[in-house]
Ligand binder design. Structure first.
Ligand SMILES: [Zn+2]
Length: 311
């Protein structure tokens, strides 16, 4: 597959995980995320070879397995590649066992969670991007990667310290927003922190880049971006409403997750997809709790959530 040009110095391989490339001087290239596994790593390597480019660095926007899974193959097959990632995300990239661990209540992951969807091969992170304080504040700042200056956009929310990067008029937004088909497929877009996720959408809305590339979904032109962000905002707020509606009776996280799945008519492919979905529901419960709309109590059946909304 050949790299598709966005602007003179930005390229991508469209797919379930968009694989983006920035070209630097002297035939160099910087990859922005590496896809799910060694197959996406190989795809990137072949595309770079066909274009006569040498990979110098990888920017990982966040630690999710479908964004870092190609790192290991690329590091093994191309010399002197430097990995850049935001703090905290970097720790999870270096120790990927932490993703299925946090999805398993902090316990050693059950067999069903030790899949490539949740457990990538770890690689070193050579350079940190920014610091947590700036990312949590939502700052935008310049950062040097392999001698090139990138604008870093703090996009926490989907993940704990996710960033996007902008270069040559293109904003690589990672999972800061999703394409419409992806939103429809997942029902509740995955998130760690809903308030931060919504704030990150506003940060993208204020940008004047010519193009926006999400991790999953088609490339978006500037004039279509406000509509795209509105669809994302609606998916998140509707998810919160669905969770609140599911609390007409109190329930445990599992019970609420089941009710939301039924209400949305969603079917999940397996246990990995379930724990991700339930994780997003848990993020919405925390968000609703922050607004004083729900509260948690310990009951016989476990941690039970109830709505404070009078009905
Ligand atoms: Zn992600």
């Amino acid at each position: 597959m050949l790299l598709q040009s966005i602007t003179e110095r930005t390229w991508y391989l469209p797919g379930a995980n968009n694989l983006a490339i920035v070209t630097t001087g002297a035939g160099g290239a910087i990859a922005i995320d590496t896809g799910l596994d060694k197959d996406t790593g190989r795809l990137l390597r072949k595309a770079l070879e066909a274009a006569g480019l040498t990979l110098r660095a990888i920017i990982n926007t966040h630690h999710h397995a479908d964004h870092i899974g190609g790192n290991s193959y690329l590091l093994r097959n191309i010399p002197d590649v430097q990995v850049y990632a935001p703090p905290l995300e970097a720790a999870l990239i270096e120790h990927p066992i932490l993703e299925p661990t946090y999805l398993n209540h902090g316990a050693s992951p059950a067999a069903a969670l030790r899949t490539r969807w949740l457990l990538a091969q770890g690689t070193p992170v050579h350079q940190l991007i920014g610091d947590l304080e700036r990312i949590n504040k939502g700052d935008t700042f310049d950062w040097q990667v392999a001698g090139e200056s990138f604008e870093v956009i703090s996009l926490p929310g989907h993940s704990i310290a996710q960033v996007g990067v902008a270069y040559d008029g293109v904003c690589f937004a990672a999972d800061g927003f999703f394409g419409s088909a992806v939103l429809a497929k997942h029902g509740v877009p995955y998130a760690h922190d809903i308030a931060a996720q919504l704030a990150s959408l506003e940060r993208l809305a204020a940008r004047d880049d010519a193009w926006f590339l999400p991790g999953h979904g088609p490339l978006v032109a500037h004039e279509d971006m406000q509509a795209m962000l509105a669809v994302n905002r609606a998916a998140i707020t509707q998810s919160s409403t669905s969770v609140l509606r599911a609390l007409r009776q109190p329930g445990t996280l599992d019970a609420i997750t089941g009710r939301v799945l039924r209400a949305l008519g969603q079917e999940l492919a397996g246990i990995p997809q379930y724990v991700i979905f339930a994780g997003a529901i848990a993020a919405h419960l925390t968000y609703l709790e922050q607004q004083g709309l729900v509260q948690a109590m310990l009951e016989e059946s476990g941690i039970t959530w109830q709505s404070n909304v009078t009905r």
